[in-house]
Ligand binder design. Sequence first.
Ligand code: NAD
Length: 307
Amino acid sequence: MSENAASGTIAFLGVGHMGGPMAVNLVKAGHQVLAYDPVPAALEAARGQGVPTVESAEEAVAGASVVLTMLPSGKHVLDAYRGVDGAPGLLSVAGPDTLFLDCSTINVDEAREAAAIALEAGHRSVDAPVSGGVVGAEAGTLTFMVGALPEDFETVKPILELMGRRIVHCGDHGAGQAAKVCNNMILGVSMIAVSEAFVLGEKLGLTHQALFDVASNASGQCWALTTNCPVPGPVPGSPANRDYQPGFAGALMAKDLRLAVNALESTGVDGQMGHLASKIYDAFAAEGGAARDFSGIITEIRDRSAT
Ligand code: NAD
């Protein structure tokens, strides 16, 4: 990898909902980007927004100083790194000392495995999952949670700053994914708790506004209540005011909680709330909530509470 990796070509693999606008922001900032995605419509959309594209991952990666992946899952990342179905692995295609920067949300163990095989192949590795959703990707205001060696963090920071507003170095390889999974487990559990409290308040004759006015200024205060409030009214910008259009989709919360459960199990932590939240959001996603904001869980709780 050249010393000025931050100004070399970035191979951008996976230009879907998140990767597309992230790649656009890199190009707008004057970066050299070569994007690839196996879905022609995704590639076409990126090209339409000014992102240079190529017809294979190998073409994008050969000569790149950074390989940025924004893929659906850890299996996609590890398969791409190692190669699958006769396709050469990107680790073998890349020039020596390339920096592999994975921004996908994947299991902590998979992130550590990805780093181990990248290092073994003579490359560098950084995990940098994001929060902020498609809106943040478009606006360049994502938060990046970064797991990296200190010198690699310094290399990727200026790149990530072109796509995000907060760049947090969480520790060594896998620490970015660890921070993301812990945060989202808090979020899933707290959204269920806030939703149950509003439905209980309804049954007890409390108005939404009264409960909000008390809890938002008391010990029940949290992001699920004060920013993403699951009832319409108290927080005008929350998805509840637009029939639970996401926002943060139920399918993504279900995915992140499954990652949390995997982490709880692999570490032996007695995370009963995390397990239960995962079960609740899996059911929500399977029963019509996949494309709704995750705060729509309140409608399920209310329905199940009808007497
Ligand atoms: P997406 O499905 O829209 O995009 C993923 C893209 O990767 C697809 O276009 C797919 O064709 C492409 N792809 C698959 N295999 C590939 C390969 N080998 N090489 C190149 N491209 C390949 O998903 P998304 O919503 O953009 O999410 C991407 C990641 O970001 C996921 O891990 C997700 O959990 C995470 N994330 C998403 C959001 C969100 O709001 N959408 C928020 C935070 C984090």
